[in-house]
Design a protein around this ligand. Structure first.
Ligand code: CP
Ligand code: NVA
Length: 309
């Protein structure tokens, strides 16, 4: 008997394993219906405001199309057009938007801004990526792994690359779902200790495991799913040269992938920087599910929207 109506979707830390599983099931259900050409319109007459302080292809299009397919409407708001860009506070913006719309999705830099928006908004707030978390992507990722591997509990997921927003969200949701999440980063690029410790605690409760290492081979060996993300996240463009040098040996290529389970799947949240964190051969190879994963953003967002709004 799970009811998520009115809830925020900020980090997934406050969601129970059952609530996350419910969202995954709901999203898979909505996906199946869409494939069968059946649509119902639970969000008829409802609107979602979408604030983007950073670029987006997948998140923007999938939330916008998702709202439409659910019978609702989405508004794309860029900071240049909002009064927020001229100094109107987040709190005031949240209170005003709450009088007009039924939910707010925001992509921005500082997680604190999303939390502040949620504090002042009286409608659900959805985190569409911050420097710290990317929880809507993580839900689509779990859906994708479940579809291809038939289960989540006990799955060994190896994340290779930068300890970033994606790493944090994968550790949190992976731990909640009883997975073994192995993270391999270069020295100095490990995920935040606070999130690692949190995920380790949850993993222990759920029979999962969190492993942090600087050895990509150790992480990949025998894994069921391999995941990577850009080495240069949005906002880090100035660190590019320095970072690229530190990430040698952390590319998902043939040599590394061969150490994984023979049936291992390859995930990437995209956009990919081909030739950097992943080779064309792996990205376009038979084990890659990156475009299924991208498609699942649409279905997962519809699940989130239908449940919360
Ligand atoms: N994966 C993801 O969030 O992609 P966009 O930046 O294109 O939204
Ligand atoms: N870590 C990447 C994810 C992009 C979807 C970034 O923050 O740019």
């Amino acid at each position: 008997n799970i009811d998520l109506k009115g809830r925020d979707y900020l980090t997934l830390k406050d969601y129970s394993p059952d609530e996350i599983k419910y969202l995954i099931d709901l999203s898979l259900n909505i996906k199946q219906k869409e494939k069968n050409g059946e649509r119902d319109y639970p969000l008829q007459g409802k609107s979602l405001a979408m604030i983007f302080q950073k670029s987006s292809t997948r998140t923007r299009v999938s939330f916008e199309v998702g709202m439409y397919q659910l019978g609702g409407n989405a508004l794309f708001l860029s900071p240049k057009e909002l009064q927020m860009g001229r100094g109107e506070t987040i709190g005031d913006t949240a209170q005003v938007l709450s009088r007009f719309v039924d939910g707010i999705m925001i992509r921005t830099f500082d997680q604190a801004e999303v939390e502040e928006l949620a504090t002042y908004a009286s409608v659900p707030v959805i985190n569409g990526l911050t420097d710290s978390y990317h929880p809507t992507q993580a839900l689509a990722d779990m859906m994708t792994i479940l579809e291809h591997k038939g289960k989540l509990e006990g799955i060994k997921l190896a994340y290779i690359g930068d300890g970033n927003n994606m790493t944090n969200s994968l550790m949190i949701v992976g731990a909640k779902l009883g997975m073994e999440v192995r993270v391999a980063t270069p020295v100095g690029y490990e995920p935040e200790t606070e999130v690692v410790n949190y995920a380790k605690c949850i993993a222990e409760e759920q029979g999962g495991n969190i492993i942090i290492t600087n050895d990509p081979k150790e992480a990949v060996r025998g894994a069921d799913a391999l995941y990577t993300d850009t080495w240069i996240s949005m906002g880090q463009e100035n660190d590019r040269e320095e970072k690229i040098n530190h990430f040698k040996g952390f590319q998902l290529n043939k040599e590394l992938v061969e150490l994984a389970s023979k049936e291992a799947i390859i995930l990437h949240c995209l956009p990919a920087h081909r030739g950097e964190e992943i080779t064309d051969e792996i990205m376009d190879g038979p084990r890659s599910v990156v475009f299924d994963e991208a498609e699942n953003r649409l279905h997962a967002h519809k699940g989130i929207l239908a449940a919360l709004l």
